[in-house]
Ligand binder design. Structure first.
Ligand code: UD1
Length: 416
């Protein structure tokens, strides 16, 4: 796999692109498959680096994983599974923390190295641990590992100080095999939470309220393995929507759930893009002019933090000044220094970026600092005059399936 992407800018994107299964839904559903007895089969899982790392962790625990010929992922969990995620693997993937709830549920013990992944600010685990403890788990931090055991579990009530996606998911997984009723107050409402709830329900758990801020789970004594299709990736879709907007292009995006895209659609329309729903897909037409807009990231259904960097990239060439406030993560403006190398005018103060639109960006040598920063640099490169070399492209391959093929398919000039 290459470690840089070279893009010749200044061309409109045109054509059709098909969105893959959602990275974040796939990761948590793979983690949740540990709870099942039998062979789980998952359709629509993207073959991206983050998924491969999680499957390596499962294989290390003794699980059998395989991709079938038609691209379905099969997972079987032996009774003798080792309930551990070691440092060498956990450090590569923040989402390894999602094994805490599922391993604890399956084996009544879990030992997870404090997770790594994209560096987008401090990402504590306090809410995850608070939730597991409320259900009866004992948790300690030893030598960089979270160690959790559960002699006797019992459903409980957990209030999340912030609607953390990962904490909500870990609690849902453990609660699904915990006797009694668990209630999560101020739960995350992201579509990936609803997808996890649908998967756990298909396996035999009883879950109500997923997608609202109060989720109620009645645990089952045993969950059965099922076949399940993961939802499409709303952030991947949003990134291609942004590509059409920033280049004044015209593309059809297939395999989307339009309601999941509403916050992104609303903001892109404010910039001037024309977006229409056609037969289960959406068409995005850029007009060649981009208006400045203000954005605040928020938990769903607010504007997603995972699309913030991409919007920042578009707004560098808007007419006027935009203000972007990042409310979910610290340290999510690292892409700014790279965009400045391409001629962008951006000032950052704390959680706010002020973007003064310029007429043109110019190609430069830049580096991805995290997955979405990498996506933002691709968008900037598409709009820029000349060639852009994006280093550390492995960040991009962690989350975007087949991105080189998909970009080429809509007319992007990638240089070998
Ligand atoms: C998930 C997504 C990530 C997305 C994020 C927010 C996956 C694999 N990743 O990450 O792509 O950007 O949701 O939509 O699904 N927090 C605490 N204590 C905790 C947990 C979180 O303070 O115990 C804080 C975090 O520091 C952060 C905020 O809550 O500031 C949101 O984090 P969270 O929703 O947990 O994000 P992740 O689940 O890590």
């Amino acid at each position: 796999m290459r470690d840089s992407l070279v893009i010749e800018g200044g061309h409109r994107v045109e054509g059709t692109v098909k969105v893959s299964g959602a990275k974040n839904a796939s990761l948590v559903i793979i983690a949740a498959s540990i709870l099942a007895h039998g062979r789980t089969e998952l359709e629509n899982v993207p073959r991206i680096k983050d998924v491969e790392v999680l499957l390596d962790i499962l294989a290390n625990q003794g699980c059998l994983t395989e991709w079938t010929d038609e691209g379905t992922l099969a997972i079987e969990v032996p009774d003798s599974i080792t309930p551990e995620s070691p440092y060498e693997l956990s450090k590569k993937l923040r989402a390894s923390n999602l094994l805490l709830g599922s391993l604890l549920g399956r084996k009544r013990e879990a030992r997870i190295s404090m997770p790594g992944g994209c560096d987008i600010g401090s990402r504590p685990m306090d809410l995850h641990l608070k939730g597991l403890q409320a259900l009866g788990a004992t948790v300690s931090l030893e030598h960089g590992y979270i160690e959790a055991t559960a002699g006797r579990l019992q459903g409980g009530r957990v209030y999340l100080d912030f609607p953390s996606v990962g904490a909500t998911e870990n609690i849902m997984m453990l609660a699904s095999v915990t006797p009694g009723t668990t209630i999560i107050d101020n739960a995350a409402k992201e579509p990936e939470i609803v997808d996890l709830a649908n998967f756990l329900s298909a396996m035999g758990a009883r879950i109500r309220g997923a997608g609202t801020d109060l989720i109620k789970i009645e645990g089952a004594s045993k969950l059965k393995a099922v076949r399940y299709a993961v939802i499409p990736d709303r952030i991947e879709a949003g990134t291609y929507m942004a590509a059409a907007t920033v280049t004044g292009g015209d593309i059809m995006i297939e395999n989307v759930i339009p309601t999941h895209l509403l916050p992104i659609k609303a903001k892109l329309e404010e910039t001037g893009a024309r977006i229409t729903q056609i037969n289960g897909g959406i068409r995005v037409q850029g007009t060649g002019r981009i208006r400045a807009v203000d954005i605040k990231t928020l938990p769903y259904p607010g504007f997603p933090t995972d699309m913030q960097s991409q919007m920042l990239a578009i707004l560098t060439i808007a007419e006027g000044t935009s203000v972007i406030v990042e409310n979910v993560f610290d340290n999510r403006f690292q892409v700014v220094d790279e965009l400045k190398r391409m001629g962008a005018k951006i000032k950052v103060e704390g959680h706010t970026a002020v973007v003064e639109g310029v007429k043109h960006l110019h190609g430069a040598r830049v580096k991805a600092t995290d997955l979405r920063a990498g996506a933002a640099l691709i968008l900037a490169a598409l709009a820029a005059r000349g060639q852009t070399v994006i280093e550390n492209a492995y960040y991009i391959f962690r989350g975007y399936e087949d991105i080189e093929r998909k970009l080429t398919g809509i007319g992007v000039k990638l240089i070998n």
